[in-house]
Design a protein around this ligand. Structure first.
Ligand code: OGA
Ligand code: MN
Length: 240
């Protein structure tokens, strides 16, 4: 992940910048929560105004990689910080990132050999979601399979691609063993040595690679503390 402080850009400029990394990938909730006049940008926010939520609340509270339950998850995601909650000047609402590449490198040979070549099942219905998905959204997202060990399409680096909730099984492994393996690997990826925690400032433009890192939002604030992010996603390829 990389970030730039003190950016002042319009929604149009964010869309144009995102396009430099690939076609914009519309989020499944995008149509419901986009920025007026910029359907490519999704609002992530805890704010309600006149009883109406401004955007998706509590996005990404658990460790995940964006839209891993789709056949072609976005290559990357970008967040542009509009409002950051604070408590007497202390910024809240950090985002944590864990390197799934470093986590892979740190696995013992025996585990690497056990995992290489295996496919996991990812199911949209596995996650406890902030917004209850509609039947239509469920129908549009049938379970998919991805390799547990992804090879980054540009760098060739191997990355673990396993998370709780979304990842519901491993092909050729019985359910009980798969559950144990998924938990152990999901825990391994988020060990302190592999983590960077981002403390936001208004004007931060931050982007991450959904193959190399997992992330989660820290929910340590609530209204009247306001958090508002503009989010775009970049189209990806099938994980290999
Ligand atoms: C996301 C996400 C985390 C955050 O937008 O995909 O997980 O801290 N956001 O808002
Ligand atoms: Mn996310």
């Amino acid at each position: 992940m990389i970030f730039f402080r003190d950016q002042r850009i319009t929604p149009r400029e964010q869309v144009a910048f995102t396009r430099r990394f690939g076609e914009i990938d519309f989020n499944i909730f995008g149509e419901r929560w986009s920025v007026p006049g910029a359907p490519e940008i999704v609002v992530v926010s805890n704010i309600t105004e006149d009883g109406r939520p401004l955007g998706i609340r509590r996005a990404g509270e658990n460790w995940h990689s964006d839209m891993c339950y789709t056949a072609r998850p976005p290559r990357g995601t970008m967040l542009y910080a509009q409002e950051i909650p604070t408590l007497h000047g202390l910024p809240l609402g950090d985002t944590e990132f864990a390197s799934a590449a470093t986590a892979w490198d740190a696995l013992p040979d025996a585990m690497q050999q056990h995992l290489e070549g295996r496919m996991a099942v990812f199911d949209f219905r596995g996650r406890k979601r902030a917004l209850t998905p509609t039947q239509d959204e469920i129908d549009r997202n049938p379970p998919v399979r991805h390799p547990i060990v992804r090879t980054h399409p540009k760098t060739g680096r191997k990355c673990l691609y396993v998370m709780r909730d979304d990842c519901t099984g491993i092909e050729g492994v019985d359910d009980e063993e798969a559950e144990g393996l998924i938990s152990a690997l999901a825990d391994h990826i988020v060990k302190p040595a592999f983590i960077y925690r981002h403390q936001w400032r208004v004007g931060d433009l931050l982007l991450w690679d959904n193959c190399t890192v997992q992330h989660r939002a820290i929910q340590d604030y609530d209204m009247p503390q306001r958090r508002l992010m503009h989010r775009t996603t970049m189209g990806g390829t099938m994980p290999m």
